[in-house]
Design a protein around this ligand. Structure first.
Ligand SMILES: C[S@+](CC[C@H](N)C(=O)[O-])C[C@H]1O[C@@H](n2cnc3c(N)ncnc32)[C@H](O)[C@@H]1O
Length: 335
């Protein structure tokens, strides 16, 4: 992609997000590990998606990759791939199942979550991302008992989800599991300029000047500033927790996404911190937390909460399997 041209053009910040959990039919998972997939095989997998690895950091629990289009996190039994632009993430699912079978010791898919917000320019996407129906077609071809949902308004801001949801005896992820995602749009142009090479010469400078380093003080950060603009970061916390932030600063399609699996009983302070850091015109938040998670009841605070100068426009609280899911849309109140 010619990014010099693109700074004045259009970039689809909206990410496709795949999270897969694996298990073993015999119950013995001691020697199983998704991180046994060789790097060369991951690189080939990413070629199918039309992106590549540009940076890597790891700790005991997670291998974290910054990609040319967003991020990938690989841990013992979980694989997360998040890609933006016109990447073709779902073309990687079947090959991934093969790699897991070949290298990791796992032989079962415990659960899958594929989600994304509605694209800004869906007509620029490639197969099978041309519509959610097409995406569901691919996943239904690979999994039995998949369930596809849309939260929000189908003709405006909405969020799509595909997950396994069989009628009976579903075990699913039993360990505490939670994911907060905040998708921000219509961002403050003064703040967005920080994420350009004109204003910051390094990613570390952009991380510091924007205050991203203060969101989780002490976190181990792997950040990248694109030329002439654009920013991605992964942050690793102890205990297998990550945060990831991706920024498209182009004024007419500005987009920032924040995601973490760090458990919190309330995400209110964190979201207020994000609003202060990025000052978006509107944002959607989703919280996905299973019943074992301390975050399982965090979303109920959305029922009263207005995040200072934001008004809540939409709220949906749902239950899927052993998960509570919240979708909420907030926009700045007219001044
Ligand atoms: C990869 S980043 C962050 C993506 C993320 N999904 C988002 O928009 O929040 C995308 C930003 O980097 C810029 N960029 C510069 N070089 C790029 C490259 N080689 N590949 C993808 N994006 C690039 C894009 O123009 C855009 O502003």
């Amino acid at each position: 992609m010619n990014v010099e041209d693109n700074y004045c053009g259009f970039f689809e910040g909206t990410e496709k997000l795949l999270e897969m959990w694996f298990s073993c039919s015999d119950g013995d998972m001691e020697d199983c590990d998704v991180r046994k997939i060789p790097r060369a095989a991951l690189e080939s997998l990413l070629k199918l998606v039309k992106c590549e690895i540009i940076s890597f950091k790891k700790n005991e629990q997670i291998d974290a990759y910054v990609l040319s289009e967003s991020s990938m996190f690989v841990s013992k039994s979980r694989f997360i791939l998040k890609t933006c632009g016109s990447t073709t993430l779902l073309r990687a699912v079947q090959p991934l199942l093969y790699l897991v079978q070949e290298y990791t010791g796992f032989d079962e898919v415990l659960d899958i979550f594929y989600s994304r917000k509605n694209f800004i320019r869906p007509e620029l996407q490639l197969q099978p991302h041309t519509s959610f129906e097409d995406e569901v077609g691919v996943l239904d071809g690979l999994f039995e008992d998949g369930a596809a949902y849309c939260l929000g308004r189908v003709n405006q801001d909405c969020w799509y989800l595909y997950t396994l949801n069989p009628p009976d005896n579903f075990v699913g992820v039993q360990a505490p599991d939670q994911t907060l995602e905040v998708i921000m749009q219509q961002l403050d142009s003064k703040i967005m300029r920080i994420f350009t090479k004109k204003v910051c010469s390094t990613a570390q400078e952009a991380t510091h000047r924007s205050g991203i380093d203060m969101l989780f003080p002490g976190i181990v950060i792997d950040d990248f500033l694109f030329d002439p603009c654009g920013y991605s970061m992964n942050g690793l916390l102890k205990g297998g927790y990550y945060i990831t932030i991706h920024i498209t600063p182009e004024p007419h399609c500005s987009y920032v996404s924040f995601e973490t699996n760090a458990p919190q009983e309330s995400y209110q302070d964190l979201i207020l911190g994000l609003m202060k850091t990025f000052n978006p015109g509107k944002f959607t938040m989703t919280v996905f937390a299973n019943k074992a998670s301390v975050a399982a009841n965090a979303p109920s605070e959305c029922q009263e909460c207005h995040f200072k100068n934001y008004q809540r426009k939409e709220l949906q609280l749902c239950e899927f399997k052993n998960y509570n899911l919240t979708y909420a849309l907030f926009a700045k109140a007219p001044s």
